[in-house]
Design a protein around this ligand. Structure first.
Ligand code: NI
Length: 194
């Protein structure tokens, strides 16, 4: 088990587009994925992208407790969330918006510790990725899962969530979140750190 340093906003690595993993080499990613998983869990995150630990490869690990995904709108846990194989490892993930619906939700990021931002994201996406054995997975996700996928894929393109925000008044410290939590249907509560 190795917990490694998470790069923070301002580190140039976080602004670079990461390299695709060469098909067939997925199995060589075991140690990287272990480090990402251990580091994400130690920091209390629900997702992490390889560039956040200084590795410029298109690899994402997502671990969302299924109870957080159920009862949203769909009662299916998307395959990208790992199902019973948590955490889910996504190699060379690609996403496409499904429909035009945009929703705002609170996000945190392991590279911006202590902050939360209200970020507009596509409510539904289609996704495609390779797993560690090279097998291709495709599916659809919505709500929290779609948000986490967009957040993590942005990391692979060198984009941090404040760059997606449309109103920077809602970039706030976690300690001030109490002023903003509300049961507005348009605003999902707190997606957690990714
Ligand atoms: Ni992040």
């Amino acid at each position: 088990m190795a917990i490694v340093e998470i790069l923070k906003m301002g580190h140039p690595q976080l602004t670079r587009r990461a390299d695709a993993v060469i098909p067939g080499l997925e199995e060589s990613l075991g140690t990287l994925v272990e480090d990402m998983t251990d580091t994400m869990h130690a920091a209390g995150g629900i997702g992490i992208a390889a560039p956040q630990i200084g590795i410029s490869l298109r690899v994402v690990v997502i671990d969302i407790p299924p109870t957080r995904l159920l009862g949203e709108e769909s009662d299916e846990v998307p395959e990208a969330a790992g199902g019973e194989n948590r955490p889910s490892v996504l190699v060379n993930p690609e996403i496409l918006p499904l429909g035009n619906e945009i929703r705002h939700g609170w996000e945190g990021c392991l590279s911006l510790p202590g902050l939360r931002g209200l970020v507009p994201r596509h409510h539904r996406v289609r996704y495609r990725f390779h797993d560690l054995s090279g097998k291709v997975h495709e599916g659809q996700a919505e709500g929290l899962m779609a948000r986490v996928l967009q957040h993590e894929c942005d990391h692979l393109d060198g984009i941090l969530y404040p760059q997606r925000m449309d109103d920077l008044r809602y970039l706030v410290y976690e300690s001030e979140m109490k002023h903003y939590r509300r049961n507005d249907k348009e605003v999902q509560n707190d997606a957690g750190n990714g």
